[in-house]
Design a protein around this ligand. Structure first.
Ligand code: HPA
Ligand code: ZN
Length: 322
């Protein structure tokens, strides 16, 4: 119908996508074969059958296992090129891609192999693509600092830093020093907060880490004072509807608070998070939300506008999209 055509065709930015989460089961098997890596699953179907998650941690365990097939610069290039082609087909004009270097350096894959492969695919892409390096919050801040140090020779290849992995028990303030260092380096700052964690984590991401966007942030609604602040500051939330259902943040899409967040005046964007694991790329996220919730063409245009407004792109180019 017309709404679906609008959602499909409207130019949009994607601001919350983990590149390792774009690794499709077919590519996992192809890379395992190419690299002689032994997988714990007998077939693509058996692997896909394991994608039944009960919470964030149950997903992360299988997501890190999937990433174990990535060994060479070409592997990282191929994974990234496949995502960029899919994003382009969804009329994504600009994307800001998370990558998790610690997932790879901990396995002995050099930092330069990871970033060079991902970065080269971005250079060859039919849309603009920037990189945001994420620190794994279940690891120590010292490990994050060592990663930031390791990244400095490649400072021109990424625009910012983020914070992902297991949220509860690893509050933003655990990473105060590394984010301060990143800020002093002129890097843009984002963090996952309020996905499974409480509103207090969103507040400390803002106050202690000084982030410029909140990844997820759906639990902000539990604190009216926080919502008022986020609206006043027009702090963008990078919401990922299919992720939230698959990881049981909400039971069903009809219970998702996306419409309520928008109605409150929050700067909501729609994103795919880990499209190979959660059942769809960015347009599938728009379709699923618009099918289940009372959202119309005005909301669609607002979400697309928000995505460019919240993007780390130069003001001139931003204006052209708004
Ligand atoms: N939350 C936290 N860490 C992640 C996610 C997420 O949704 N996806 C990939 N790493
Ligand atoms: Zn995420």
């Amino acid at each position: 119908d017309r709404l679906r055509t609008l959602l499909q065709n409207m130019p949009k930015a994607e601001l919350h996508i983990h590149i390792e989460g774009s690794l499709e089961p077919e590519l996992i098997f192809a890379l395992a074969q190419r690299n002689n890596v032994q997988l714990a699953y007998a077939s693509v179907e058996a692997l896909r059958d394991a994608y039944a998650f009960s919470d964030l941690q149950s997903f992360l365990d299988i997501y890190y296992a999937g990433a174990s097939v990535l060994l060479t610069e070409q592997d990282f290039y191929d994974m990234t090129a496949a995502y960029l082609a899919r994003a382009h087909a969804d009329n994504v004009r600009h994307t800001e891609i998370f990558f998790d270097p610690q997932t790879h350096t901990a396995r002995g894959v050099p930092f330069e192999t990871v970033i060079n492969g991902i970065w080269r695919a971005c250079q060859d892409a039919p849309l603009s693509a920037e990189l945001i390096m994420c620190f794994l919050r279940h690891l120590s801040e010292d490990d994050a600092i060592a990663t930031l140090d390791e990244s400095l020779p490649y400072r021109d290849k990424f625009i910012g830093v983020g914070l992902d992995s297991s949220e509860v028990g690893h509050p933003p303030e655990k990473f105060a020093r590394v984010f301060e260092r990143a800020r002093n380096l002129g890097l843009r700052l984002v963090a996952h907060a309020g996905e499974e964690g409480p509103p207090a984590y969103i507040e400390s991401a803002l106050d202690v880490l000084k982030v410029e966007r909140i990844d997820h942030g759906v639990r902000s609604l539990e604190s009216p004072a926080l919502v008022e602040r986020l609206v006043r500051e027009q702090m963008a939330l990078t919401v990922c509807p299919l992720s939230n259902i698959k990881l049981r943040v909400f039971d069903v899409m009809g219970s998702h608070n996306l419409r309520t967040l928008l109605g409150a005046g929050l700067a909501v964007t729609v994103n795919s998070d880990d499209p190979a694991y959660f059942g769809g790329y960015v347009n599938e996220n728009y379709f699923a939300a618009f099918d289940a919730l009372p959202l119309d063409a005005t909301h669609a245009r607002q979400l697309a506008r928000n995505s460019f407004q919240a993007a780390f792109i130069d003001p001139e180019r931003k204006r052209a999209f708004l």
